[in-house]
Design a protein around this ligand. Structure first.
Ligand SMILES: NC(=O)c1ccc[n+]([C@@H]2O[C@H](COP(=O)([O-])OP(=O)(O)OC[C@H]3O[C@@H](n4cnc5c(N)ncnc54)[C@H](O)[C@@H]3O)[C@@H](O)[C@H]2O)c1
Length: 430
């Protein structure tokens, strides 16, 4: 069938895993910059509510399918983003053989589709390819320290094999492939029950349950806010020429798990006790990306400080819970070294006021210009109202959140100073 002139100009992006946490934000950003978006998902960990704002739109199509089966779309695509794979350890370990199959067979099926359509391909790889790293921070040329027979191997080795396939397709000139090594990313639409560190701590704090920390909490992690990450993925997909090497995308700010827990306590005002549990097998001790390559080749660096992103995440989870308890103490009480002595009052006003789009802090999240001096289309989409909450419209949140938000966001918490803090922290890991 002949496509109209307008349809010919509209590029089509397939997002595998598009109903998941990152995938749904990516679908929305692509849609916002004019793509026709095809979301393929088997809803293993994805949720329909993540893509509700897109359902019914003429430029959006949802295909419920497992990528382990070959895809027959009946229409060509220009871009393939492969984000399909459960990312939280309890979820990907629940059926480890399926996880490996998704990474290997699923990626192969999508690479074949890209080959057939002459589409550009982006693989969502992971910092887990570095395993429990002996090099710090992790650069892309570090080959990793991975246990190939441990419980995390289905994911770590699966993702490593997927990268192997990607670079074999690239070397053989079968597809224009790009690989992003994503470090821990957080934000609204994370599954509250998926067992990841940010969702765990925030949900436990909001539900006034003990906050569980594995090990002694001195292990470090870096946390990238979702809009920053999506911006990085779009730049990597668009950049010319093909970098022909994997690129780390993450936030180099490094925090101990104790520091993260302290910040969650501060923002939620919880008095939940902290409970220490044994460290899971193969849990990495240190995680921090070296993003020099992303800065140089993509002109990309994350912009959203942990405090700001975490606040938005707390607000999202609080809203899901129907118990928005972001603490006004966040604006006034400074925590001690690990924040645990800070109690903070619970929000006394649950009556709610309108939290309008104009006041929504997502508006602040504007990334840098790219190295060609063009204002990125993703940045435009974000600043024109691509919203972290999926565009569900005005939301009712307690007056105290609204009242204290500006001051909360002004707290000095840039990632560089946090990194310094964590290095000097008496309880920080080596
Ligand atoms: N979020 C992070 O911190 C992070 C870090 C590193 C890498 N990544 C990678 O980014 C991608 C997205 O992660 P996320 O955090 O959004 O996870 P997620 O679990 O929220 O999303 C994964 C999506 O893929 C779908 N899926 C899983 N297996 C599938 C299959 N066989 N066929 C079709 N769909 C399938 C799930 O239903 C879900 O919608 C993953 O590939 C993950 O490995 C994420």
């Amino acid at each position: 069938m002949r496509r109209s002139r307008k349809a010919q100009q509209t590029r089509t992006a397939l997002v595998a895993g598009g109903a998941g946490f990152l995938g749904s934000h990516l679908c929305e950003a692509l849609f916002g910059i004019g793509y026709r978006v095809i979301c393929v998902d088997n809803f293993l960990t994805g949720r329909m509510e993540n893509i509700t704002p897109l359902i019914g739109q003429s430029r959006f199509r949802l295909i419920e399918q497992d990528i382990c089966s070959p895809l027959e779309l009946g229409e060509p695509v220009d871009r393939v983003f492969n984000l399909a794979c459960a990312a939280s350890p309890p979820r990907y370990q629940a059926d480890p053989v399926h996880t490996t199959r998704t990474c290997v067979v699923g990626s192969l099926n999508l690479l074949e589709l890209a080959l057939r359509d002459g589409a550009r391909f982006l693989q969502a790889s992971t910092s887990e390819v570095y395993g429990d790293p002996e090099q710090h921070p992790q650069r892309e040329d570090y080959l990793g320290h991975v246990n190939c027979i441990g419980p995390r191997a289905c994911y770590d080795e699966g993702k490593r094999t997927a990268e192997t396939l990607c670079f074999d397709y690239l070397r053989a000139d079968r597809a224009d492939v790009r690989v992003a090594r994503i470090f821990n990313t957080y934000g609204p639409r994370m599954d509250p029950a998926d067992g990841r560190i940010v969702s765990n701590l925030v949900m436990q704090a909001l539900e006034k349950r003990p906050m569980t920390i594995f090990g002694d909490g001195r292990q470090t992690r870096s946390f990238c806010y979702v809009t920053d990450l999506v911006e990085g993925l779009l730049r990597l997909m668009d950049i010319e020429p093909n970098p022909r090497q994997p690129i780390n995308l993450g936030n180099p700010g490094e925090f101990t798990v104790l520091e993260l827990a302290g910040l969650v306590r501060e923002l939620t005002g919880t008095r939940s006790p902290v409970k220490f549990l044994p460290l899971p097998e193969d849990d990495p001790r240190r995680r921090r990306p070296d993003i020099a390559r992303a800065k140089e080749l993509l002109g990309w660096a994350p912009k959203v400080p942990l405090r700001q992103g975490l606040l938005q995440t707390v607000v999202y989870f609080a809203e899901l819970e129907g118990s928005a308890t972001v603490s006004p103490a966040a604006a006034t009480n400074r925590p001690g070294a690990d924040g645990f002595e800070t109690g903070g009052a619970q929000d006394p006003d649950a009556s709610g006021v309108l939290f309008t789009e104009a006041e929504h802090p997502t508006e602040i999240l504007v990334g840098p210009d790219n190295r060609h001096g063009e204002r990125s289309r993703a940045v435009e989409a974000i600043s024109q109202g691509h919203r972290a909450d999926g565009g569900r419209g005005n939301r009712r949140l307690p007056a105290t959140i609204l009242h204290h938000l500006p001051r909360m966001l002004r707290q000095p918490d840039d990632d560089a100073s946090s990194t310094r803090r964590s290095r000097n922290h008496p309880r920080a890991g080596s």
